[in-house]
Design a protein around this ligand. Structure first.
Ligand code: AN7
Length: 354
């Protein structure tokens, strides 16, 4: 692929547009070599935005890690570039995942990029419109399971035991390897970081951040937040029928359960629940007060910070895992209506000036 470039891949992959793709940026800390068949959409290096209003509200310096700025609009791209690169390296011809939506969108995009077939199994009727559109546009086979995410994950695990298809859920260690780079970025940018607020679903991301922080030699407290209707890590019990408006984290039996609890204990952190109402409040406030539009699941991190406070932390990062445009339906249900207007000046004046 990049054999004609003695020092590695073409410049566009290495920073021709300001920053390299994630694997090239962190090559020395990832299980890849420069001459591997690296699949990238220039993920990672996402914006870290200081949140003025939020900082004042909670009495700490609060930063938002805008993971929705990744190529497919969520943090999943960090892990997916690694999982798909490894699949190509191993000679796989197809990848598959179970997903509440974002993993499906990301897997579909990277599979298309790599020339692999992609299949995604999603809970029927329970994934946000934007994510469904992405998976379909990228040419994945989209299977709507008459069941929930936990059932879908169990089935793809059985399926990939039987068939030579690469499983790209976060049970795949390359997903975790890629996602830990967000921790590296935070440490590079902030230096000191006392606490991380992060939404938790299948618990791959909190696991990855903890790995990244440990490798970088720091130990912020990890504050994980689950939706109250899907909070097995809070209750200690599997949730058979998880329910929440934050469809991305509608998960009742996280695959990385043990690792998440270890990360929480070792970091002196906690995993708490936030209600749908608290999630939606934070979702609207982020958009209105900070100018940042994330999806509902992502707002769980800020909902948790608002609910429980910074607990003495001076510098806090909130991970906003996915872009608000992923789920336009929920956004429209949360907002006021548009103002109809006749096409003449006095009508427009009235409409604009109130
Ligand atoms: C926006 O796409 O599980 O705790 O199948 O999409 O690592 O699972 C999505 C999870 C948070 C939770 N925020 O992360 C999937 C899927 C958003 C997400 C999470 C997800 P994990």
């Amino acid at each position: 692929m990049s054999t004609s470039y003695p020092s590695g891949p073409p410049c566009a992959q290495r920073g021709g547009h300001g920053h390299p793709g994630l694997i090239h940026r962190f090559l020395d800390r990832l299980p890849f070599e420069a001459d591997d068949p690296i699949v990238t959409l220039m993920e990672g290096s996402t914006p870290l935005v200081h949140a003025q209003w939020l900082s004042e509200r909670v009495g700490a310096q609060v930063y938002l890690k805008i993971e929705g700025a990744n190529p497919t609009g969520s943090f999943k791209d960090r892990g997916m570039c690694c999982a798909v690169t490894q699949a190509v390296k191993e000679g796989s011809e197809a990848v598959i995942c179970a997903s509440t939506g974002n993993t499906a969108a990301s897997a579909a995009a990277y599979a298309a990029r790599a020339g692999l077939r992609g299949a995604v199994i999603v809970p029927d009727g329970k994934i946000a419109t934007g994510k469904l559109a992405q998976a379909l546009m990228h040419g994945a086979r989209v299977i709507a399971l008459r069941g929930n995410f936990d059932e879908a994950l169990e089935l793809v695990r059985e399926l990939t035991d039987k068939h030579p298809i690469a499983l790209v859920n976060s049970v795949n260690p390359y997903r975790i390897a890629g996602q830990k780079t967000a921790g590296f970025e935070l440490v590079e940018e902030l230096g000191q970081i006392d606490a991380l607020c992060i939404p938790v679903g299948n618990a791959g991301n909190i696991t990855a951040y903890w790995e990244g922080f440990q490798e970088a030699g720091v130990a912020p407290r990890l504050f994980g937040f689950q939706a109250a209707g899907a909070a097995p890590l809070v209750s200690g019990l599997r949730v058979e029928k998880p329910e929440t408006v934050a469809s991305a984290i509608r998960i009742g039996n996280p695959a990385r359960w043990e690792e998440a609890m270890t990360a929480m204990t070792q970091s002196n952190g906690r995993i708490s629940a936030v209600t749908d109402e608290e999630i939606l409040d934070a979702y609207r406030l982020l958009a209105a007060m900070e100018g940042v539009f994330c999806e509902p699941a992502s707002a769980a991190s800020v909902a948790g910070l608002l609910k429980f406070g910074a607990d003495g932390a001076e510098t806090v990062a909130c991970v906003l895992t996915g872009h608000g445009l992923k789920d336009p339906q929920t956004a429209l249900e949360q907002t006021g209506s548009v103002l109809p207007c006749e096409p003449n000046l006095s009508a427009v004046e009235k409409a604009v000036l109130g």
